[in-house]
Design a protein around this ligand. Structure first.
Ligand code: NDP
Length: 402
């Protein structure tokens, strides 16, 4: 029988364990652990109220391999779902190797002092997971995650070749706060302030952060400004689908968000190098995180919808050139009513549950380290439709004209 240990009691972890409990036939034994146990207990209470299922809770500092391995042994976990922060990816992977547990996460490893969003640290574990007969599934959130599955589904069913791919991430939600991020503020701000990179004709093209802006009319949201950004799935998609000539990632931001971020950046509050404050080293961005609203607290007030998807252009199976747009629309208030969390946590936590279900049931299997686009998209796409993230596909006249 599978036993799943989820690490991380933020918004994403909360959604994932709620959805696992709603699928108790696949997940008969769930433990939620995090740095502070009281957060796990509060989520366990909500899971019990909403689903009638009891999940176990525990405290762990996943920065430490030994402590994490001890917990995996104590729980008897067959699968570890890492929904803590990217900083913990490698220690949790090490703990899985030392205990014989399979591994899944939603974000690639980040060193605390560098914002790189690169896969090489985790890809370096390929031989060790393979030799141990274990599977590590990387990036099973929405983006990365569903966007890669969307791409392989389009490739499998509609295209003989994809030439260009644009990933569009729109959050049309309003949380009523002056400034807040919809997932972990530290990771969100590190992503947004990084140099924008996209893949074009076999090379990376760099542009200054947030310097390329376009407007796009998102279904169920309306026209929004979106900005060209680097995002980690570009690296894995260009590696596993090398035929794609150009891959870009766009995310929407409102003017108020940009204004606040610009000021915070100008005054040095987004720095990730240590500064001395009252004789002690602090990281300005970590201090900023401490004063910003917790993303998991935004659910109650957030209204509106997210619309995330991919636009692919290439040689279709009927021999013509086609452009297809595959996307999901998710409503913040519906997500909150179902799990107590807003749609950004929901659109990440549901795919984390589905990725774990693929592994637990053996629908997806393998030995080594895998990205989502290396797997058969069909069973994952079916589960998206059944578990709260229905998708739709439509034909466009042509690729984005910018
Ligand atoms: P939160 O910050 O809300 O939650 C992170 C949780 O991890 C917190 O409960 C935190 O504990 C816990 N944690 C932090 N450090 C440790 C540690 N050393 N040991 C144990 N637990 C720890 O983040 P989110 O829920 O918003 O995001 C979770 C993950 O999902 C992140 O990696 C994020 O990058 C990723 N993500 C991926 C997306 C995708 O589409 N692929 C989209 C959105 C997020 P504490 O509460 O004590 O701080």
């Amino acid at each position: 029988m599978s036993k799943v240990l989820v690490i991380g009691a933020g918004g994403v972890g909360s959604v994932a364990v709620h959805k696992m409990a709603m699928n108790a036939d696949i997940f008969p034994d769930i433990t939620l652990a995090s740095r502070r146990k009281f957060k796990c207990d509060a989520i366990a209470e909500s899971v019990k109220q909403r689903t009638g299922i009891t999940i176990k809770t525990a405290e762990v500092d996943a920065d430490h391999i030994d402590a994490t391995a001890a917990l995996i042994r104590q729980v008897g976990a067959t699968h570890v779902v890492n929904l803590a922060l990217p900083y913990q990816d490698l220690t949790i992977m090490e703990a899985c190797l030392s205990t014989g547990a399979h591994y899944l996460d939603t974000a690639n490893y980040e060193p605390r002092d560098e914002a790189k969003f690169e896969y090489h640290w985790q890809w370096a574990y390929q031989d060790r997971f393979k030799d141990a007969g274990l599977m590590a599934l990387l990036g099973s959130g929405f983006d990365p995650g569903v966007t890669s599955v969307f791409t392989t589904w389009l490739r499998k069913h509609h295209f003989d070749r994809i030439d260009t791919l644009d990933i569009l991430d729109c959050n049309g939600g309003d949380h009523g706060q002056h400034f807040a991020t919809n997932f972990n503020p530290e990771i969100n701000i590190r992503e947004v302030t990084a140099v924008a990179r996209h893949w074009e004709n076999g090379d990376w093209v760099e542009t200054p952060p947030m310097s390329v802006k376009q407007t796009f009319d998102f279904e169920a949201v309306g026209p929004k400004n979106m900005y060209l950004m680097y995002h980690e799935e570009i690296e894995s998609l260009k590696t596993h689908l090398p035929e794609i000539r150009r891959i870009r990632f766009w995310m929407t931001f409102g003017d108020a968000y940009i204004q606040h971020l610009t000021v915070l950046q100008n005054v040095g509050m987004t720095r990730i190098d240590p500064v001395i404050y009252e004789g002690k080293e602090i990281i300005p961005l970590q201090f900023l995180k401490a004063v910003l609203p917790e993303p998991s607290s935004l659910g109650e007030t957030t209204k509106g919808k997210t619309n995330i998807g991919v636009i692919a252009t290439g040689l279709a199976k009927d021999g013509t050139e086609k452009t297809l747009y595959l996307y999901n629309i998710c409503d913040h208030e519906d997500a909150y009513a179902e799990t107590g969390n807003q749609a950004v946590s929901y659109t990440t936590g549901v795919p984390a549950m589905i990725g774990a279900a693929m592994m637990v049931t053996g629908t997806w299997s393998g030995q080594g380290v895998f990205n989502m686009e290396q797997m058969d998209p069909d069973p994952f796409m079916d589960m998206l439709n059944k578990h709260g993230l229905p998708w739709q596909v439509k034909e466009l006249d042509g690729p984005l004209d910018f």
